[in-house]
Design a protein around this ligand. Structure first.
Ligand SMILES: Nc1ncnc2c1ncn2[C@@H]1O[C@H](COP(=O)(O)OP(=O)(O)OP(=O)(O)O)[C@@H](O)[C@H]1O
Ligand SMILES: [Mg+2]
Length: 361
């Protein structure tokens, strides 16, 4: 049996001042996008440790297994892998289970923490043969650092320029062959030269209701609580196709049940617990419903401009566009037309409002 991957989360001493958050440069939580968290994951101990513990993403898992098997047969490092997809779908989870499956070590960095080439060098010089360097939020790596990654990924070497002007000399440093795993919520922001240097690129998609219910059932065992399949379905329905949210909802339901129902988790308790924090049966939160309510009440369902809606709600249009609208669009509660945002018949039905007579644009 493979031993656990060794997490080299310690500061590889990149030099310079320690950052204010006390974390080593380049090491930190992922963030950004639809309901992403900063800080430590509340569900960190629910994260699968092995590929067999992961639910869903079967096609991704199958391809990775083939690549891992082949690399192990050849005794070579695994090719570089890029994971992209919305927050909470398993990018970091994959990046941590792969080194375990490969029986190797992993260093974890974050693109947002890599400010200058010297921040990257300690990670690169610390790689051992076949080990993994994980760079989360890789789209945030500055261009000056990206160029070091090109040769590091392709030829396992870096060229360091010492001195300046006529005295400048280039030092070629060879690195142990390693695997770079990148994760991003914004694949479109990666430059083509960087993107093309990943041999394996995997997009993580949304999870089905059954997959989320399965995650809830498995994690209820880890948490030592009894959850029946119907209750797991209630939590799954309200988790926006996202495992991280399913875990967060489950943790809240557990607290609620322990405090209000002697730890008894059943469908009725799950509904009451999630209603209490404003999560409805489609997974909408208060702000989502406030958006739909404003669009229907003030603008008769639209079409209405984003800025007009944002001003009426007294929130920034960026917040609405980045954090609220993606889920409403995906749930087919909202459409974006040339003339503005429009609530769909499904949205009127969900919000229990009469649909006004108006031509659909
Ligand atoms: N396939 C899966 N099976 C079971 N649990 C999963 C799976 N994918 C993710 N999870 C759970 O969801 C949580 C969030 O996943 P993860 O941190 O990997 O998301 P992410 O894609 O890296 O998100 P972000 O973009 O915000 O960094 C994990 O802690 C884990 O418990
Ligand atoms: Mg992550």
């Amino acid at each position: 049996m493979a031993r656990e991957a060794i997490y080299q989360q310690s500061n590889p001493d990149p030099g310079g001042d320690p950052p204010e958050d006390g974390l080593p440069p380049g090491i930190g939580a992922a963030g950004g996008g639809e309901e992403s968290n900063d800080g430590p994951e509340p569900d960190a101990n629910l994260r699968p440790q092995r590929m067999t513990e992961m639910v869903g993403q079967q096609d991704v898992i199958e391809r990775l297994r083939i690549a891992i098997d082949a690399a192990q047969v050849r005794g070579e490092p695994l090719g570089h892998i890029l994971f992209d997809g919305p927050p909470g779908l398993g990018k970091t989870t994959f990046a941590t289970v792969i080194p375990t499956e490969m029986n190797t070590t992993v260093q974890m960095a974050n693109g947002a923490g890599l400010k200058a080439p010297r921040d990257l060098l300690p990670y690169l010089t610390n790689v051992s043969r076949g080990s993994v360097l994980f760079i989360d939020e890789i789209h945030r790596v500055p261009r000056a650092i990206e160029e070091y990654l090109y040769t590091a990924m392709e030829d396992f070497r870096i060229d360091i320029v010492l001195g300046e002007g006529v005295n400048a000399r280039t030092l070629n440093l060879s690195l142990e062959p390693f695997t770079l795993i990148g994760a991003t919520t914004r694949a479109g922001m990666l430059t083509a030269p960087l993107r093309d240097r990943f041999q394996i690129r995997e997009h993580l998609g949304w999870y089905t209701r059954n997959e989320l219910a399965e995650i809830v059932l498995r994690n209820s065992k880890k948490l030592n609580i009894e959850v029946d399949p119907i209750s797991a379905g209630v939590i799954a329905d309200r988790s926006r196709s996202t495992p991280r949210l399913a875990n967060n909802r489950l943790l809240w339901v557990r607290d609620y049940a322990q405090s209000k129902a002697n730890g008894n988790v059943e469908a009725r308790i799950c509904e009451a617990a999630l209603d209490m924090i404003g999560i409805d049966n489609l997974g909408l939160d208060k702000q989502d419903r406030n958006y739909l309510d404003t669009l229907m009440r003030v603008f008769l369902g639209g079409p209405a401009g984003l800025d007009a809606i944002a001003h009426t709600m007294n929130v920034s249009s960026d917040t609405l566009e980045d954090e609220v609208e993606p889920f409403l669009l995906r749930s087919e509660l909202l459409v974006r037309t040339r003339r503005g945002r429009l609530a769909t018949p499904k949205a009127f039905e969900h919000m229990k409002r009469e649909m006004p007579d108006r031509p659909l644009s």
